[in-house]
Design a protein around this ligand. Structure first.
Ligand SMILES: Nc1ncnc2c1ncn2[C@@H]1O[C@H](COP(=O)(O)OP(=O)(O)OP(=O)(O)O)[C@@H](O)[C@H]1O
Length: 404
């Protein structure tokens, strides 16, 4: 449920009955969506007028439905035969940075399509299905495809996915997608002749970053820009402290900070490389401070296990490394886990130092972590950042600090 301040109290979904299919309205009612959020009120009619949209609104403000509702409606229109052919064709592609998000979007669409099944088919090609299964699913030309850019590109290049009938392209989490190492893939999707000449694009983002500007140039033509957040940026909610000390004192200082509870509650400690994770863990163990280690050398299952243990309270401290272990993730099963990418916080941190631009197929696959109510998630939490802030006020959220 979005923050009450993000809901449009003057609007109802019923007011969209002239543009939205009754089945969609029924599904929205079943989902408990009585009123649209602000971003939905603005985006839905504009999207149905085929405008390119850049929507910037807080996490948890309902951006997913803001593009999914018009997407579904447009597919229904196209399939009704009045505005197009009823032949099977992929008409919408939703690009997301991580598999986790693809699952959320897929679940959301499933709810919206409750009464349109089987008329509209959705394929989430980020999920753990085998290539063979994905080929079979895509052979039926599902109406809506959800993919990470790397997956979409490989399916396009192998001609398993065809976008010749594409009506709508969505880039969700546009502020994160490039920092998750997808920049080359995205460029190739746009430059590789995979897209038709005319289609509508949506860029959905929680923040306005240089990456969003880059994507805007690539994906949008004369977009309507919806800016539905206050001019408050994340940094306004953060306090950053730094202590200059010698290398030999760093671990000791970390111990003192934890021991004296200068940092309260759960804590994520960032270090520069994998080896240092273990060194700091061993160091803290000498003082009976238990911690767990999280880095890109651990297998996927272990990483999730570590995060779960942290969330359950088995450990109060995660020592995490940003270092890219350098393994070729492209062909392994784990390549699907694109949640193992730098966190937006890290990106912003680097940005302030002016070092993020020109990302190629990098970047250090830092951490899939974000914290919400003290819980760590392998992805940015879906709740409003504001609720995260409240949690911090309540003293329950985790803290992050860097032992460089
Ligand atoms: N109009 C609405 N009425 C009630 N609940 C809603 C409405 N729109 C969205 N929600 C719910 O609010 C929550 C947050 O929505 P959503 O995940 O779409 O936000 P978002 O802006 O896309 O966030 P993110 O930036 O993380 O992608 C979800 O649980 C969603 O089901």
């Amino acid at each position: 449920m979005p923050d009450a301040r993000l809901v449009d109290t003057k609007a109802t979904f019923a007011a969209f009955s002239h543009v939205l299919d009754a089945r969609l309205l029924r599904a929205l009612a079943d989902l408990g969506f009585a009123r649209p959020t602000l971003v939905q009120t603005k985006a839905i009619p504009l999207a149905l007028e085929n405008k390119d949209i850049l929507a910037r609104a807080w996490t948890g403000s309902g951006k997913t439905a803001a593009y999914c509702i018009p997407l579904v409606q447009k597919v229904l229109n196209a399939k009704s035969g009045s505005t197009g052919s009823s032949e099977n064709a992929t008409r919408a592609l939703i690009l997301v940075p991580t598999r986790e998000l693809s699952e959320q979007v897929s679940a959301h669409l499933k709810g919206l399509l409750k009464y349109c099944d089987p008329e509209i088919a959705v394929a989430n090609v980020c999920s753990g299905n085998t290539n063979h299964l994905q080929r079979t699913v895509l052979a039926d030309k599902p109406d809506i495809v959800i993919a990470t850019p790397s997956r979409a590109l490989s399916l396009l290049q192998s001609k398993v996915l065809s976008l010749t009938s594409l009506d709508s392209l969505v880039i969700d989490e546009a502020d994160l997608i490039l920092s998750y190492g997808h920049d080359e893939d995205i460029k190739q999707i746009f430059a590789g002749g995979h897209l038709p000449k005319v289609y509508q694009s949506f860029l959905m983002s929680a923040t306005m970053t240089e990456d969003v500007e880059t994507l805007k140039g690539l994906a949008l033509r004369k977009p309507v820009i919806l800016k539905l957040e206050e001019d408050e940026d994340d940094a306004a909610n953060l306090t950053q402290y730094s202590v200059r000390c010698s290398e030999v004192d760093k671990f000791l200082l970390t111990y003192v900070i934890l021991k004296l509870k200068l940092v309260k509650g759960k804590c994520i400690l960032f270090v520069n490389d994998v080896e240092r994770c273990y060194r700091l863990k061993l160091f803290l163990e000498q003082f009976s401070i238990k911690s767990c280690v999280l880095n890109s050398e651990l297998p996927l299952n272990s990483r999730y296990h570590v995060v779960q243990e942290f969330n359950k309270g088995v450990y109060d401290y995660i020592i995490a490394s940003d270092e890219n272990a350098g393994k070729d993730e492209e062909d392994s099963d784990e390549s699907d886990d694109e949640s193992w990418r730098p966190r937006e916080n890290l990106k912003k941190h680097k940005k302030t130092k002016g070092t993020t631009k020109g990302i190629t197929r990098k970047p250090p696959p830092a951490l899939p972590l974000s914290s919400e109510n003290g819980m760590v998630h392998p992805h940015r939490p879906t709740q409003s950042r504001r609720s995260g802030n409240n949690a911090e006020k309540a003293g329950t959220a985790s803290t992050e600090f860097r032992v460089a």
